[in-house]
Design a protein. Structure first.
Length: 577
């Protein structure tokens, strides 16, 4: 592997010459209290920190940034912390997904515009992982990803609670009158007990596992709970390792290859991943010049058994249990025969070398291939006249009776309309009805919000029903569950076939055949198409206007069309020094 010397450092362009520009750079560093020996001829490491007081998943990142800095210093580098956009999942409206690409752009430009030789990316909350990684891939400097880690298990009245999943469950029971206000408040106060991401296998844990399997974290880093002392040690180790990566010139293009992306997809399927993995993994692969498609993911899903017994696809356990059972290294060891173990990782070693010695300590949490939670992977991709460019369903998290289903559509054109109707106890609906929410995709939402787990109408709740077939061009939280078909593409807002569906039309799902169709003849669809009118744009100015002009559809990863340009754009920097 190529070994850099000090004069080859990217930061040397700022600090090495003997000229007036460099005088300005050095004097300003001295203004911060540093001596020239602190930063000259050393790798300058950017610590991109997505901490925010409104991002509870990252509440511990103030301290972890100092742990990283300690590691950088120990390895002979110079660490600088830079605040990054914190696209938290809970508070960002209309949806954090709308700002994933803003974080990606900020990350890329922050790296390009500053004297950084390598970066530690501090993220974890759902969109921060893909946002940071997308930008750093395009910037092209050595990177290492530091996952926030899951929070502790929830607990109320002796019952273990899982993020999101139990919120949906207990909300339905409250609507049915089965739990009291006091119990509801008890669940509310007990479901999130520490810093860290959702402790179910939601989008956060899915995406950090993908980063781990892709080879851009320290081995097994994604499994460590946020408040475990091991997380502090891992953070310092990230700081030490990134310095060595700079000297080794171990850039993202050497790690994020087509086999690495395939490994990430296989691991995602085996974990019971969030449906959001589809959009983010496709976007990350495309940034790296890898043509990963929905059909590729469906093919891997058919071949990969789900062996992680963690909610919501599993039944009994949460991410803390997964860590104690051996974590992601143990899971990857179980499916080692399905992985390309020759892939290079940020350690400078192969995945196979990183997996040596990994063990499973609880084979009910991390199952053997002979005893899977579900015989196929977590996700399936559907096609049909409702979704010619694809849609996604999570079979392991819904009742098998919906794998083959036919019923009349009940169509809602907006989230407020749907929300009002589901509380109508006199709503005309049956268990066979197919609820549909449209105009909720990348442009229609706007921003592709997590509205796809449509609430069960109260009229059915009162009959004891807790699941039904639901279809949307929205996403849903990775902590969600149920018979939900999502990411319908093209979305209805831009004229996809879902825009032509009417209440009362018969919808047919055939999971085995991977089909989703409306049973409406072609002539009638042509008449509806001729009558359809495009809605007015959601935004007239600002980022929303820009976003709508350039975001791609769900099947392409929802990246901006002008950013899918591959690795190492720092090479295009103008000579402005």
């Amino acid at each position: 592997m190529t070994q850099k010397i000090a004069k080859d450092l990217r930061s040397a362009r700022w600090f090495a010459p003997d000229d007036l520009r460099t005088f300005g750079h050095k004097s300003r560093m001295m203004q911060l209290g540093y001596a020239e020996d602190d930063f000259r001829d050393k790798p300058v490491i950017g610590i991109l920190n997505t901490w925010s007081e409104l991002n509870t998943c990252h509440a511990h990142f103030r301290e972890r940034a100092q742990d990283v800095k300690r590691g950088v210093l120990q390895a002979g580098g110079f660490g600088v912390e830079l605040p990054s956009l914190s696209v938290d999942e809970s508070f960002t409206k209309p949806t954090s997904m709308m700002y994933r690409n803003m974080l990606a752009m900020e990350t890329e430009e922050m790296i390009r515009s500053h004297p950084l030789d390598g970066v530690v990316l501090m993220g974890g909350c759902d969109k921060t992982t893909p946002g940071l990684v997308l930008g750093a891939i395009s910037a092209g400097v050595p990177l290492i990803y530091l996952p926030a880690g899951p929070m502790l298990r929830g607990n109320y009245a002796g019952r273990i609670l899982g993020s999101g999943s139990d919120a949906w469950k207990y909300w339905d029971e409250r609507r049915a009158g089965n739990i009291s206000d006091a119990e509801w408040l008890g669940v509310q106060g007990g479901i999130a007990r520490s810093a860290g991401t959702c402790m179910t296998m939601g989008t956060a844990s899915t995406m950090t596992a993908i980063a781990d399997a892709m080879g851009i974290t320290l081995p097994g880093a994604s499994s460590i709970p946020a408040v475990d002392a091991g997380h502090q040690r891992m953070s310092a180790a990230c700081g030490r390792r990134i310095v060595d990566m700079v000297w080794e010139d171990l850039t993202p293009e050497k790690i994020i290859t087509a086999p690495a992306c395939r490994n990430a997809a296989v691991v995602a399927m085996a974990t019971g991943c969030s449906t959001n993995a589809v959009v983010h993994l496709i976007a990350m692969a495309r940034r790296a010049g890898v043509d990963l498609t929905l059909d590729d993911l469906d093919d891997l899903g058919r071949k990969t058994p789900l062996i992680t017994n963690v909610r919501p696809s599993g039944q009994d356990y949460l991410m803390e249990d997964f860590y104690y059972a051996g974590g992601l290294r143990a899971l990857m060891k179980q499916i080692e025969s399905m992985l390309d173990t020759n892939c290079l990782t940020v350690t400078g070693r192969s995945m196979g070398e990183n997996l040596q010695g990994a063990e499973v300590y609880n084979d009910d949490v991390i199952r053997p291939l002979s005893n899977p939670v579900y015989k196929e992977g977590s996700l399936a991709v559907l096609r049909g006249n409702l979704c010619p460019d694809g849609a996604v369903i999570k079979p392991a998290a819904c009742d098998p009776k919906f794998y083959q289903h036919q019923g009349p559509a009940l169509v809602f054109d907006s989230y407020p309309e749907m929300k009002e109707s589901v509380d109508d106890e006199n709503l005309t609906i049956t268990p066979d009805t197919v609820m549909v929410l449209r105009n909720a995709g990348p442009q229609g939402g706007p921003g592709f919000p997590e509205w796809g787990m449509l609430p069960i109408p109260k009229a059915l709740i009162n009959q004891g029903q807790r699941d039904m077939l639901r279809i949307s061009d929205a996403r849903m939280s990775g902590t969600s569950y149920g018979a939900c078909v999502l990411h319908v593409a093209p979305e209805s807002y831009v004229g996809g076939p879902l825009a032509l569906l009417q209440t009362g039309d018969i919808v047919q799902l055939d999971l085995d055949a991977r089909r989703l169709d409306m049973l409406v003849d072609d002539d009638e669809l042509a008449r509806r198409r001729a009558a359809w009118q495009a809605p007015k744009g959601r935004y007239e100015r600002g980022y929303g206007y820009f976003y709508a002009k350039h975001v791609t559809q769900a099947d392409k990863g929802c990246d901006f069309d002008f950013l899918e340009t591959g690795f190492g754009r720092t090479a295009d920097e103008p000579d402005i020094f």
